[in-house]
Design a protein around this ligand. Structure first.
Ligand SMILES: Nc1ncnc2c1ncn2[C@@H]1O[C@H](COP(=O)(O)OP(=O)(O)OP(=O)(O)O)[C@@H](O)[C@H]1O
Ligand SMILES: [Mg+2]
Length: 585
């Protein structure tokens, strides 16, 4: 029999209940008030006193109200039919409601039980299967999805029945499995999974090593991320975190994109709903939204729903990874998530950790990032979740707990800098402070060498060294004045400016410049390095400035042209003539 409870006290969304039976940590219960049933999650159990966090407004909730426990944790319902949908943190389908937000006590079913799917079996009667093994496939929006054996199946089962190729609903039985003891399980296309538990239905999680092209030069060329890797983008307000994350989600080579939009303001989240459906997928020419799922929540949603949303997004990503797909998961911003954690911990009157965040904030963040990764499934097929989160440190202070703890676990760091944003040098990724730890992996080095060439790494290192040197010279010029340093210093400085303008800066709103395929990035790097290696003759620093501005302008024009188009070659010719003018060696 289900455990029942009675409300003892209410402080905002935190409710204490007296219960009459066993209750588990993180179990879901429903509290009844005025005809509404409010979904809540158990936060702490102390004997017969249980603390729950209500996912909704507790307005009007009084002491004495009844509650009923469900026996399960917060779960996602998984199956075909989720792509291109917008959900909230509790996986309510936002498209099924009239306004932007659900009314209290209203929950919508995330899937469609009536729709027919063309199912094709993968296994046959007599095959042995285990949890998560692929039983069959269906196609959704051109993505090959797998229908899997129940995730929580224990031990080995034999396929007793498998549906023939044909059209089925997700609630129809597509297989019957039986174990050695003779227990049978009827399988349909729906799976459930507790969002806060990592899915570990894979054989192996090796270190990731395959370059994940994003089309963003500051990332791919300078500090690449890999398929199944992790990265984070810290940046003060308005420095371009969202624009950068959207650029990556539009362009990166992923089969499925999951976006957890944890916005400060409701309109930020509404923006993503209006922007994304319009976007074309540069890889297929179809709509990007076809392979995207958005999990949205705003700061006016209750704290526990905000806290849950990133887990919901992660569990959905794990579901697709189990099918052997490449998933890109984005969370913007994880600081909002951490704030939700902080609010909850404060209401429980827990001993606060740094900046009043929960004491275990560091392990919460580490566990979350740890769920991403490149895996080999039990059948040997690869699958991946690449995770990139933004962080909005208050006042741009990178020493605050969320940034510091994220830095410990995320392998790529793309620091957005106020100064670059103010000077409109977008994307405002600081090229010197940012890093990718994947560059230190020998398996990545080998991958990139095989894929591009064995000089690539040293060229990229040269770019970085030159950017650093350029920065030092800029500081000297600032102190000593333009005349106070030799003319060659100006030349070296302007060579670093060339790298900044041509490699780093990229217009996210220009159709061509926004996305640079790797092949083109190589050409750009080669050209820039060539110019850096050229000796020029100048008499005064003014000549240097004037000349390099022209060079930069021509290279920039090339970046804006269709690769190797007529126009592109025209600018290239002009550039060659210009370079010949002052070349000495
Ligand atoms: N790559 C880019 N190309 C051109 N403009 C950009 C680029 N990146 C950012 N911008 C400009 O900066 C503005 C702010 O960017 P964005 O909204 O992404 O900042 P944010 O860091 O997400 O801000 P918040 O902290 O408020 O969430 C954009 O509206 C755009 O005008
Ligand atoms: Mg933003």
């Amino acid at each position: 029999m289900a455990t029942k409870g009675i409300v003892r006290g209410v402080i905002a969304n935190m409710v204490t209940l007296k219960v009459d039976g066993p209750v588990a940590q993180n179990e879901i219960c429903y509290i009844e008030t005025g005809g509404d049933k409010l979904m809540s999650e158990v936060i702490k159990v102390q004997g017969e006193n249980v603390f729950v966090q209500v996912f909704e407004s507790t307005r009007g909730l009084k002491v004495g109200a009844p509650a009923e426990f469900t026996g399960h944790m917060l779960e996602v319902t998984l199956g075909p039919g989720m792509l291109s949908h917008n959900f909230d943190g509790l996986q309510n389908d936002l498209d099924k409601m009239t306004g932007v937000f659900l009314k209290r006590g209203e929950y919508t079913y995330p899937l469609d039980n009536d729709r027919l799917w063309k199912f094709e079996p993968i296994v046959k009667v007599g095959d042995k299967v285990r949890a998560s093994d692929w039983l069959g496939k269906v196609e959704e929006n051109f993505q090959p999805l797998k229908i899997m054996a129940p995730f929580r199946l224990e031990g080995e089962y034999t396929v007793k029945k498998i549906a023939a190729e044909g059209e089925y609903r997700i609630i129809d039985e597509i297989a019957v499995l039986e174990n050695a003891k003779g227990d049978t399980v009827s399988v349909n296309m729906i799976q459930k999974w507790p969002v806060k538990v990592a899915m570990t239905n894979y054989r192996e999680k090796p270190r990731p090593f395959k370059l994940l092209e994003t089309g963003v030069r500051s990332i791919d060329t300078l500090n690449p991320i890999v398929e199944g890797g992790t990265g984070f983008i810290p940046g003060p307000f308005g420095t371009g975190k969202t624009v950068l994350q959207h650029a990556i989600s539009k362009q990166a080579e992923a089969d499925i994109v999951v976006i957890a939009a944890c916005g400060e303001r409701a309109n930020e989240v509404v923006e993503i709903f209006t922007e994304f459906p319009e976007l074309d997928d540069p890889h297929t020419g179809r709509k990007l939204m076809e392979r995207t799922i958005i999990i949205a929540n705003t700061s006016n949603m209750p704290v526990a729903a905000r806290e849950a949303s990133v887990y919901t997004a992660m569990a959905i990503s794990e579901y697709y990874r189990s099918m052997g797909l490449r998933v890109l998961l984005m969370a913007d911003s994880t600081s909002r998530w951490a704030q939700a954690l902080r609010e909850m911990s404060n209401r429980m009157e827990e001993l606060p950790g740094p900046d009043a965040f929960p004491m275990d904030i560091s392990s919460i963040i580490a566990n979350f990032y740890g769920r991403a990764g490149y895996v080999y499934l039990n059948n040997g097929q690869p699958g991946s979740i690449t995770f990139i989160g933004t962080v909005s440190p208050a006042g741009g202070n990178l020493k605050e707990p969320v940034t510091e703890n994220t830095k410990k676990v995320a392998r790529c760091f793309y620091a957005l800098e106020q100064e670059r944003a103010d000077r409109k040098r977008y994307p405002a990724i600081n090229p010197i402070d940012s890093y990718s730890k994947y560059l230190d992996y020998p398996e990545f080095e080998k991958y990139i060498t095989d894929r591009i060439n064995d000089q690539w790494t040293s060229k990229v290192n040269e770019l970085k060294t030159r950017l650093l040197r350029g920065k030092e010279i800029a500081e000297q010029i600032n102190i000593l004045g333009d005349d106070g340093v030799p003319v060659d210093y100006h030349v070296t400085f302007w060579k670093s400016e060339l790298i900044d303008f041509i490699v780093l800066q990229q217009d996210a709103f220009d159709e061509i410049d926004a996305v640079t395929p790797m092949e083109r990035q190589e050409t750009i790097v080669d050209r820039v390095i060539d110019i850096c290696h050229t000796e020029f003759k100048f008499d005064t620093f003014l000549e240097v400035i004037d000349y390099f501005k022209k060079v930069i302008n021509l290279c920039k024009q090339m970046n804006y042209q269709q690769f190797e188009s007529e126009k592109y070659f025209e600018y290239e010719k002009e550039l060659k003539a210009l370079l010949a003018e002052r070349k000495t060696a």
